[in-house]
Write a protein that binds this ligand. Structure first.
Ligand code: ZN
Length: 243
């Protein structure tokens, strides 16, 4: 079974729909969502409904947690705060309770899903360096763990630090199953690695094949929706630069 790994959708419906079409074309039958379905962009309710109708699993992100309740916001940038306050007004109580019901981490067969880190998942720390990754890998019991949160696709292997998994665009890799991998699937709805195309991964559990996909989508429409919603201008601009 091929599954699509969807990180940080962030209420970007244009990106999500393009990614789902691409994933179905490549034969994905299950969809694992790495949290932050909402926040930043203009279609939180539509993205939430789309994700919860997918076969597969979804876990909790920090924006999902913040949007699901009314507590004062701490640890968020001014743009994130504005978008979460706006998102709270777009979701109905039933949608908020679905978000609040999401688990912070899940294990499905031999795959672990967590938004931030396995060593302290609700602290929402960022895995950027080999040292950050080593702490999470020490808590990982499956061969593969997929994470999101930084919006930058990246891979680490236990004992080897950061590794380069993908060479030329479109090429896949086969993960050797003799060591553990911690893999950031990048972001569907707000990429921050300088490539504005939507990012996601395809994983084939039987062959342990992994592909990083970059998908063109209607960025101008997504940015226009952000502006029409009255969300901060920076959130529209960053979609165009992938930053
Ligand atoms: Zn995020």
């Amino acid at each position: 079974m091929r599954c699509a790994i969807l990180g940080d959708i962030h209420a970007n419906l244009q990106a999500l729909e393009a990614v789902l079409a691409d994933a179905r074309e490549y034969g994905c039958g299950e969809f694992y969502t790495l949290g932050d379905v909402v926040g930043y962009n203009a279609n939180p309710a539509e993205c939430l409904e789309t994700v919860r109708a997918l076969p597969g699993a979804c876990i909790l992100g920090n924006h999902d947690q913040a949007a699901a309740d009314e507590r004062p916001l701490r640890d968020f940038s001014p743009e994130a705060t504005a978008s979460i306050e706006w998102t709270r007004r777009q979701l109905n109580p039933e949608q908020k309770s679905w978000l609040a019901s999401l688990r912070v981490q899940r294990q499905i067969r031999r795959i672990t899903l967590v938004h931030a880190t396995l060593d302290s998942p609700l602290s929402w720390g960022y895995i950027r360096t080999a040292d950050d990754a080593a702490m999470s890998l020490a808590c990982q019991s499956t061969p593969v763990c997929f994470i999101g949160h930084t919006h930058v696709p990246k891979a680490f292997a236990k004992g080897s630090g950061e590794i380069l998994l993908f060479g030329n665009e479109g090429e896949g890799v086969q993960l050797p199953m003799d060591r553990k991998f911690l893999i950031n699937a990048g972001s569907v709805g707000q990429p921050r690695d300088g490539d504005p195309r939507a990012a996601y991964m395809i994983y084939d559990e039987e062959s342990s094949g992994l592909w990083l996909r970059r998908v063109e989508y209607d960025i101008r429409a997504a940015a226009a929706a952000v502006r029409a919603a009255g969300l901060p201008e920076r959130l529209a601009e960053r979609l165009q630069t992938g930053s």
